[in-house]
Design a protein around this ligand. Sequence first.
Ligand SMILES: Cc1cc2nc3c(=O)[nH]c(=O)nc-3n(C[C@H](O)[C@H](O)[C@H](O)COP(=O)(O)OP(=O)(O)OC[C@H]3O[C@@H](n4cnc5c(N)ncnc54)[C@H](O)[C@@H]3O)c2cc1C
Length: 836
Amino acid sequence: MKSHARVVVIGGGVVGVSTLYHLARKGWADVVLLERKELTSGSTWHAAGLLPLFNLSYSVGQIHKYSVALYKTLEAETGQNVGFSVCSNIRLARTRDRWDEYMYYAGVARTIGVDVNVLTPDEVKAIWPLCETDGIIGAIQHPDDGYIQPADLTQALAKGARSRGAEIHRSTAVTGIARRPGGEWLVRTDKGDIVAEHVVSATGNFARQTGAMVGLDVPVMPVEHQYIVTEPHPAILERRHRGLPEMGVLRESDSSWYMREEAGGLLLGPYEKGAPACYVDGPSADSEYELFQEDLERLMPHIETAIARVPAFGEVGIKKVYNGAIAYTPDGSPIVGPAWGLRNFWLNEGHSFGVTAAGGAGWQLAEWIVEGEPSIDMLGVDPRRFGPYASRGYLKAKNEEAYANVFTPHYPDEERAAGRPLKTAPCYDRMKALGAVFGSVYGWERPNWFAPEGYGIDVASIEKPDVLLNHNHPQPDADGRVKEIWSFRRSNHFEHVGNEVRNVASGVGLQDMSAFAKCYVSGPGAEAWLDGLMANRVPKAVGRIHLCHLLTVRGGVRSEFTVYRTGPESFYLVSAGALERHDHDVLAKALPGDGSVQLRPVTTEWGVLVLAGPRSRDVLQKLTSADLSNAAFPWLTGKRIDIGHAQAHALRVNFVGELGWELHHRIETQNAVFDLLMEAGREYGIRPFGIRAMMSMAIEKSYRLVGRELSIEYSAYESGLDRFVHPNKGDFLGRDALVRAHAEGDSWRFVTMEIDGVTDADARGSEPLWAGDDLVGRATNGGFGWRTGKSLALGMVRPEFGEVGTELEIQILGERRRATVIPESPYDPGNARLRA
Ligand SMILES: Cc1cc2nc3c(=O)[nH]c(=O)nc-3n(C[C@H](O)[C@H](O)[C@H](O)COP(=O)(O)OP(=O)(O)OC[C@H]3O[C@@H](n4cnc5c(N)ncnc54)[C@H](O)[C@@H]3O)c2cc1C
């Protein structure tokens, strides 16, 4: 084994080998893979090999699409057959909610460029004659996917990597990793040491152990997953004999299982409730090709539904049950990208559909390492989307829940219960007493909306379709009632959110936004450093606030910060709560090495209460000696003010487009501030409002969000951030690429659209936008605007379709509606209310 390499990849499963392959394909031949046992001896060897393209996440969808395309080319490239059976995937629907999910997905798939067919029950029967179709309302089919032999795939990727100069060392266990004084990594193995510029951890079920070697608490923990293989069935053998095509992969989503042909028999893979986390403290040192004892009792409900759907399954004996470890993260998506806090340490872990994802994840990670950026927006799989709250116990609860929910409908308004509440702001109990229905982001409990006093829906009254999984509401309270029903359409909370908006727009509302990510940037070099990072000018005067974007080297948008100057050498930065670890890691890694700038994360030191609405000044003025008049306290400024016997930094900004202040206060004083505001606001009808009301109002203001219309895939100009980009202020990260791309012509344009004909389903983002039969863009956000009375969507379209007045069509849950491009900020375009 050589003593130096540019990259060391740890782990010889399909994911590690694909990463190695793609690094070599990018021209980095000096790359080495270390595998403690044999290639594929972790989870890869026993995978069922299914390649489901289906995924509601834009990032993961792109990754899967790339994989399926790549795998079809590998045999020609390497001479190694990968056993890819392109037999298609059929997903059955038995309920309207399921159909809505499929129709939403079909739209996402169109925007990614994945083909989806819609099948009638008769068409299903024609393809899958052994499948009974009673109760089926329809199906969707991916004609281009199927299943593959995971071990053969891995070997083909290994061959392709080796032929480009990469080395693979089997029976070589990494035992420790240390940083050398020069910054390189020293990778210790039981066969000697190797020094590397970059290290990639692709160690499957060992992810937490590998992470511990460098002090990372990696948010991955596997769960047991089983599948059953039957003896051959005469009807299938007969089909083979007659040369009929394979029946394809069948998924009965409402009973939570997949099925395909296997060697003349059938293979059934259920996602069961109650499947336990495994390898909670990692596999043992000698773990290799390991399987667990099967648990047939857990499988029984699925076996019964499988027999009802495919009677042939019950007519043959069980040949073998596989029960293996499948890596999970709390949201079920993998973690692919840079490790937080460590330079040149990369993670490609937590893959629960690793055979499907390996190609795309290896491709994008290699791009990130070699070129400094991926080309796909990877926020949905970024390792930094979880924080330090994702502890061992949290992972156990959340990952078991993620596994059990693989096949439940993925409602946009669903909020899962496991591991909650975990992080609560001090005002949590007060909000709860006021009717808050909470959601969870980055471990924080945040009010989504507020139910009226005594409000509840009797669970017994909710229609229950006859399916194994019925998950359209949270667990009922002790009185057998729930506060919300989840849906792809407007649901019971719709009108209550409307009331919250009306109250903000006509009076005053109070919102808890303590989950915001916050940090101080200070020191003699702080201003110059921030100026070199941000596309906007950083505020010159103490007390000024600017919205600033940190771009990628290619001019895309990586992060957005509200920058508030608190002193000559001090700035307070606020960004999205969900992106705390991401944003702070990006800043920390960009810090100059000379100590002239300090970064101090303060998220949990400062709470945030947002007071918004035309009466907010009246409320706050009752409590403070500070002059809140427009002249003394204009929009986009902040100052420290007293609030009764408490105090806060009052920032005259908000995300709802009304007069208002964000009150950043010491978190331990939150309840004092809260009570003072509620009391002072009583005469003005103050009421709390939640995230859903905020989102409705933000869309009416055409406010952009990172992960939606702000993305590394769109340049800052394409996202319409012109007024926040100052190419003439001097150099900043991404400037040259941004200016060049803009001069050459933008590929996208940000638009606001009014949707006609909506009855009960607004856009929510990722819907295709059509001009006739041409796909010209995608929606990035959407919802009903209560102040404008319009169903609205934001989106990115080809520039020629971005003119105001252009009539497009948007495909919402399978139906096309007219979408007219309208001027930005349909509510108060001149910002008169913000400046009031
Ligand atoms: C029953 C079952 C069925 C499945 N079916 C499917 C399916 O149909 N489709 C699909 O896409 N996915 C499926 N999966 C999931 C799939 O198996 C995994 O997502 C995938 O194999 C993960 O690959 P990996 O490379 O990340 O991990 P692994 O294959 O586990 O590889 C990690 C490797 O790292 C090595 N390693 C760990 N630590 C070290 C160290 N310190 N030094 C050196 N080497 C180390 C290990 O020995 C191991 O070989 C299934 C899983 C199970 C359990």
